[in-house]
Design a protein around this ligand. Structure first.
Ligand code: ZN
Length: 198
């Protein structure tokens, strides 16, 4: 199991650039840079421990924990953006290696290339370093991996693939971290309000 839930990644995702799109591209690059350094929930600087959701976005684990404990402390927009995160099973703890690919030593997010993390181990690396490895074992820690998630994807194709992956997992009762989704049992009559007896 797991193979059909995997994300198929293209060898290269070329950024198509026409001259008129240059300004858009610069804005996109700035936005993308910010995503590599800023927690997408709290807007605080990213620092370990870092977690990521099925969209490949990065968060400080501390902020996610604060959110899960007390969602009402966050504004409506933040709660909307995090509606897919209901427990720690909906995120994967990353091994960021000080925000560097441990194989190429490239800083994560730099060089106009894709970076990925693996599930379940959470090791982050340049996608091209993973592709040099033709086994289904993490080239950093040797653990077998089930899925590859592009971090901060920029192409709409990749975003769609990640959405599709999550749909498939959901239909199998699995979370982003490939742990089982606990389904809430329908409430029994015990939870109904007791009528006051006088
Ligand atoms: Zn690993």
């Amino acid at each position: 199991m797991g193979a059909d839930g995997s994300v198929k990644l293209k060898r290269k995702e070329l950024v198509k650039e026409s001259k008129g799109d240059k300004i858009d591209r610069i804005a996109q690059i700035e936005y993308n840079n910010e995503r590599w350094t800023t927690c997408q929930l709290s807007n605080k600087p990213l620092r370990d421990p870092v977690v990521s959701d099925y969209k490949g976005l990065l968060y400080n684990k501390e902020s996610i924990l604060e959110y899960l404990v007390e969602p009402d402390n966050f504004n409506e927009k933040q709660r909307q953006n995090l509606s897919h995160i209901k427990s720690l099973k909906d995120v994967v703890a990353l091994k960021t290696h000080n925000f560097k690919c441990p194989l190429s030593d490239k800083e994560l997010g730099n060089g106009g290339i894709n970076y990925v993390y693996l599930i379940p181990c959470g090791d982050c690396m340049a996608q091209k370093c993973l592709e040099l490895n033709d086994t289904r074992q993490c080239p950093v820690c040797d653990l077998p991996y089930e899925d590859t998630i592009v971090i901060n994807p920029t192409s709409s194709e990749t975003v769609q693939e990640l959405e599709k992956r999550m749909e498939i997992l959901g239909s199998k009762g699995l979370t982003h971290s490939l742990k089982k989704l606990k389904r809430k049992k329908p409430s029994t009559n015990r939870s109904s309000k007791k009528q006051k007896k006088s």
